[in-house]
Design a protein around this ligand. Structure first.
Ligand code: ADP
Length: 753
């Protein structure tokens, strides 16, 4: 990896002070001369290579005025630079008489707080690059850049154009992530070189200090890593004794670690251009060459200028690509919501197609949990692991949206499934029920493309000392990114929240709908019972008339009718009696529909005694009544009048549908222990007989109104409403009724209240 020009942070033996001091190198690269001047333009410090460039000894220049090198016009120009802002850089062509010859230089001048730094790079000609050749170099590139459709295409074009201009072997665009790590996102290179495109690099490769330098100084050029550095004389400012701030120096010396880093990779020359977005370092363009390569200052300026154009276009392209991504998420979201709102099966709507649920937040796996039902999608931990994770979330997570890119650090059990779920995004749909959507992302080490082998660059020197090369930082990164997934982006979190809001909205509106339907149902139920009540009530009167007139016919007009006529009228009487019974039953049921329970503590023993007394009173049963009550019955809260009706009906049926010579009825109850349920279970009452029994397929239908299993003549007739009324009363008590029966042997009706 070449992006790191300053790699001091890779070397753990350097102190923090050293790490901060990379801009205070105290030396320059040998392809030029550096002079530090005071406001009188007296030379305070100079690089120790003036003999080579000017034919003058360094010591002879110290303390001298700039006049001793430059002519008056040139000196006057330089003097003006004192008036400029700190940090602003100016460049001129100058001619200096060296060894009686005129030599041209590119003269690059900038101010620090207390000195003027003048840097001189030898150049062959005195002429500035013409506007036309400059225009020729950049105008095409700029025009094409503006036409690219997306960020990737744009950066591809940038590196290609820059490679054309610089003629370096490899030109790469490198993008930082939020944490300072980054990846090669575009590359133009000589064909036979191995590709670096897609490789990721740790934050430590380009530590914060270097990133700050790149933020301030937008172009860095090192024509030859093997070149011998040239010290400044004296090394510190002669009055302040402070080292010279070389942040903006074009000749700034190269950190030894950086030299080794690039030498290891076979890189001899390097050009780095900063890419800025909204004042922050977005990335770098890094150019490598495998032999020494000098680029004229003008060409470097063109590259820097292009860098600025790229930076300004970048904001637009980046926001465009982020926007594209957001649009994609939004489209997925609304598609998902449309399916959820239309579907009957919520889970199906969420997970079909599976990829949509994953893409909506760019996850590799997901789990949808509705109470105990968990559905897994994509690459996830196993079901048991997800269950435990949800149990953990149940107690530990209060927020509706929870996310981490390092689950194992919060949930140590998660370490076993770090490969699939180092990242977790959890959406709590309900505060009361266990409704969750979980999304998972794998550990980043599983997903990114590694840049090289960490051991490759650890060397032993002749003394057996370990030298740390560039890839040492890689190992360090491995430590820092362990158990970590790619971070969740804001747009992805927004997408999850929008999904939650929509789901809650849909669920709520469905609940509203249900409540409305319930209300409507209640209203129509009420209307129906009123109608049934009114109808049956009103029917009784004409029926009475039919009955009365028919009896009068039989009693007073029997003599005018023949036997057949009398038989017909007798049938009318029987039928109207039966019809009255039916209407009464209907009326009773309608009344029950409107009934309010009058519940109070009722001793069921007493209640049963009243029921039995009525049966004794009726002549029909007095002889044969064998009613057994094996143990005293409990006292419970119920509507005594209605429960009396329940027992009367059940006991009546038990006696009625019995063909045995010795009939018996048993009334009892099962307590909680006998039911083998919880301690608080209500008693289950039963009425048992040794009667005819009820075939299996009729055990539901007998509770329907007017449903009878026998003809009128058999078992003393009946209207078939008794059990419907019983069921209604039990339901009014929020109870249930069911039965067991053996045909020919008897039946047991059970109920709760
Ligand atoms: P009804 O007794 O007026 O016919 P019910 O609603 O009370 O109406 O009973 C419906 C039917 O269920 C009866 O016609 C009878 O066939 C059957 N049935 C009810 N109780 C018993 C029982 N204890 N043993 C056998 N059959 C029964």
């Amino acid at each position: 990896m070449s992006q790191s020009e300053e790699t001091t942070a890779q070397n753990p033996f350097l102190t923090n002070h050293d790490r901060r001091a990379i801009h205070l190198a105290g030396s320059i690269q040998p392809h030029g001369v550096l002079l530090a001047l005071n406001s009188q333009l007296e030379i305070l410090q100079v690089s120790n290579n003036t003999q080579q460039y000017f034919g003058k000894a360094t010591q002879d220049l110290l303390g001298q005025s700039l006049d001793s090198l430059f002519d008056a016009r040139q000196t006057a120009t330089i003097k003006q630079c004192w008036e400029k802002n700190i940090g602003s850089v100016s460049s001129y062509k100058v001619a200096i008489i060296t060894n009686h010859q005129e030599q041209f230089f590119d003269c690059i001048v900038h101010r620090t707080a207390d000195v003027l730094i003048v840097e001189l790079e030898a150049t062959a000609s005195n002429s500035e690059i013409s506007f036309f050749s400059f225009h020729g170099l950049v105008s095409d590139a700029i025009a094409q850049m503006q036409n690219t459709a997306n960020l990737v295409e744009f950066l591809d074009l940038v590196v290609t154009e820059l490679r054309k201009i610089t003629e370096f072997d490899r030109v790469m665009a490198y993008q930082f992530d939020g944490q300072g790590a980054g990846a090669v996102v575009a590359e133009a290179k000589q064909e036979d070189l191995p590709p670096y495109l897609g490789l990721h690099y740790p934050e430590t490769d380009i530590p914060i200090e270097s990133r700050e330098l790149y933020t301030r100084c937008k172009l860095r050029f090192i024509p030859d890593f093997n070149a011998q550095a040239v010290n400044l004389v004296p090394i510190n400012h002669p009055i302040t004794h402070q080292p010279l701030d070389l942040t903006l120096s074009v000749l700034r010396g190269v950190d030894t670690c950086c030299v080794e880093f690039h030498q290891n990779m076979g890189v001899r020359a390097l050009l780095v251009i900063s890419l800025m977005q909204e004042g922050k370092l977005w990335g770098l363009i890094s150019c490598h060459h495998h032999t020494p390569k000098y680029l004229a200052y003008e060409v470097r300026k063109i590259c820097e200028f292009l860098g600025q154009i790229v930076s300004s276009e970048l904001a637009h392209k980046v926001s465009h690509s982020e926007w594209d991504y957001e649009v994609k998420l939004k489209a997925l979201q609304s598609e998902l919501l449309a399916s959820i709102s239309q579907a009957d099966n919520f889970i199906d709507a969420l997970i079909k197609p599976e990829i949509r649920l994953l893409d909506v937040v760019s996850a590799a796996g997901a789990a949808v949990c509705l109470d105990n039902e968990i559905t897994l999608v994509g690459v996830t931990p196993n079901l048991e692991q997800v269950q435990s994770l949800i149990e953990w979330a149940d107690t530990q997570v209060r927020e509706n949206l929870f996310y981490t890119d390092s689950l194992a650090k919060l949930y140590p059990d998660g370490i076993v499934f770090k490969d699939t779920a180092s990242g977790l995004l959890l959406l709590r749909i309900s505060q009361v029920r266990r409704y969750y959507i979980l999304w998972f992302r794998p550990e980043v080490m599983q997903t990114v493309n590694w840049a090289g082998n960490p051991n490759e660059s650890i060397h032993l020197d002749v003394d057996g000392n370990v030298t740390l090369g560039p890839r040492k930082s890689f190992a360090k990164w491995q430590e820092t990114v362990q158990l970590t997934s790619l971070p969740w982006k804001k747009s992805e979190l927004d997408s999850a929240i929008a999904l939650r809001n929509a789901i809650v909205g849909i669920v709520l509106s469905k609940a509203d709908e249900l409540a409305k339907i319930n209300l409507e149902l209640e209203r129509s139920n009420r209307e129906l019972s009123s109608f049934a009540y009114a109808a049956s009530h009103d029917l009784k009167e004409p029926l009475r008339g039919i009955y009365n007139y028919s009896t009068v016919l039989i009693e007073d007009y029997a003599h005018v009718l023949d036997a057949e006529g009398i038989e017909y009228i007798e049938t009318v009487v029987t039928l109207s009696v039966r019809m009255e019974a039916l209407i009464n039953a209907l009326l009773r049921l309608a009344q029950l529909g409107k009934a309010q329970l009058r519940a109070k503590a009722t001793d069921i023993n007493e209640l049963i005694n009243q029921v039995i007394d009525i049966f004794y009173a009726s002549r029909q049963y007095s002889q044969v009544l064998d009613i057994r009550i094996p143990r005293p019955l409990p006292t419970i809260s119920c509507d005594a009048v209605l429960v009396n009706e329940v027992f009367s009906n059940l006991v009546g049926n038990a006696l009625k549908y019995n063909d045995k010579a010795e009939q018996w009825v048993e009334i009892g109850y099962l307590d909680a222990a006998q039911q083998q349920t919880g301690e608080n279970s209500a008693p289950v009452f039963y009425v048992r007989d040794n009667g005819i029994g009820i075939p299996e397929h009729h055990r539901e239908t007998i509770f329907r109104l007017f449903k009878r299993l026998h003809s009128q003549e058999k078992f003393g007739g009946g209207v078939g409403a008794g059990l419907a009324i019983v069921k209604k009363i039990i339901e009014l008590h929020n109870g249930q009724i069911w039965l067991e029966s053996n045909v020919g042997l008897g039946s047991t009706f059970y109920f709760t209240l």
